[in-house]
Design a protein around this ligand. Structure first.
Ligand SMILES: *Cc1c(COP(=O)(O)O)cnc(C)c1O
Length: 343
């Protein structure tokens, strides 16, 4: 199990908690997040999930144990950077199985694998696939069988075993739970499942997981009854429609000090009695159904994965950890602690 830290932007303490929970390594989409974890003293294996840009090659070799790749030119740049630094960088080739985001076409995989094996400075350590991100292709048993067969082909053609056969993201968990034995697929890259306890395909809670590890706490900055007859003329066409007003009627409404700049306003769940009327870059207007929301009081919202990711990346949103554990910079990979609390 590789824990994916991109939604928390490589937040060091959260990453540390993931390692404490027993994952075999971390992965992030951005080199900046990896560097943040390294600077904080995290020494566990970290993989770069998004194929690197060639201009980042030496940073990737320096800080990432492994990177997921789809382009031989980029791998060549990584290999040369690794040679200059006297290192060997691990490469996992992503194969396209229908999601139509990153991936080498299956027909080109063996040629690419052979080319990587021949390059000094890099080692081919695995193949992987991604599902249900762009094209919404679900990780079915057939897709997994296809991935396993490709892995076997690569091993045969390259004459070496692959350490990692990575079967996808959180959406692959139901498959993994039902096919625990008898598969060469030995890795999943999990973000949403661990952080939010949600299966992204069904939107349902995963058995035994918490869905409230993260809360977005926002301040009330206005609270008024607004009449329904002040709206005046319609806004000029072409103006982005941020607000969906439910007709011209008198409404209790409050403004929360958060906006599109801080999070994904469409990805928030509101407490009982509150509903969104619309939002702009810096303000979120909610209907309060008569609930008393005094100025300066706080409203607790539940972010989905995208809302969480943007909030974690927003400088204006303070990140407050609860149940903080002592920092154990020597936390070894795979060591289990019974009392994992994320935040
Ligand atoms: C983001 C990402 C993941 C993790 O996805 P979750 O749905 O959060 O589990 C895994 N693999 C790749 C390539 C990713 O970009």
């Amino acid at each position: 199990m590789t824990a994916v830290t991109k939604a928390v932007c490589g937040h060091p303490e959260i990453s540390q908690a993931l390692l404490g929970g027993g994952v075999s390594g971390l992965a992030d989409a951005r080199i900046e997040n990896v560097e943040r974890m390294r600077q904080a003293g995290i020494r566990a294996p970290i993989a770069l999930l998004r194929p690197p840009t060639p201009s980042q090659a030496s940073r990737v070799v320096e800080h990432c144990t492994t990177s997921y790749n789809t382009e031989l030119d980029t791998i060549d740049t990584l290999a040369r950077a690794a040679q200059r630094m006297g290192r060997v960088h691990d490469v996992i080739l992503m194969v396209e199985l229908g999601d139509m985001r990153e991936g080498i076409l299956p027909v080109d995989l063996l040629r690419a694998a052979r080319a990587v094996v021949k390059m000094p400075g890099v080692a081919l350590t695995g193949i992987g696939a991604n599902f249900a991100c762009l094209g919404g292709i679900a990780p079915t048993a057939e897709k997994m069988t296809e991935l396993a067969a490709l892995a076997a082909e690569v091993e045969r053609v390259c004459g070496q075993e692959l350490r990692t056969v990575s079967g996808g993201n959180s959406t692959s968990l139901p498959w993994a739970f039902s096919h625990a034995q008898a598969t060469p697929i030995n890795n999943l890259r999990l973000g949403e499942a661990i952080l939010l306890g949600i299966n992204p395909l069904s939107g349902c809670q995963i058995d035994g997981m918490f869905t409230d590890a993260f809360s977005l706490v926002v301040d009330v900055i206005e609270s008024k009854i607004k009449p329904g007859d002040l709206t005046g003329s319609k806004k000029p066409t072409g103006m982005p429609i941020n607000a969906v007003f439910s007709g011209h009627r008198r409404a209790w409404q409050a403004i929360l000090a958060i906006g599109n700049q801080d999070t994904d306003l469409g990805g928030l769940t509101f407490p009982e009695g509150l509903s969104s009327l619309g939002g702009t870059s810096d303000q979120l207007v909610v209907e309060t159904s008569g609930l008393d929301l005094p100025i300066g009081s706080e409203v607790v919202l539940k972010p989905d994965y995208n809302a969480l990711m943007r909030a974690m990346n927003a400088p204006g949103v303070a990140k407050v950890l609860h149940n903080r554990r002592p920092w154990a910079s020597d936390a070894r990979v795979g060591r289990r602690r019974p009392d994992l609390v994320l935040v």
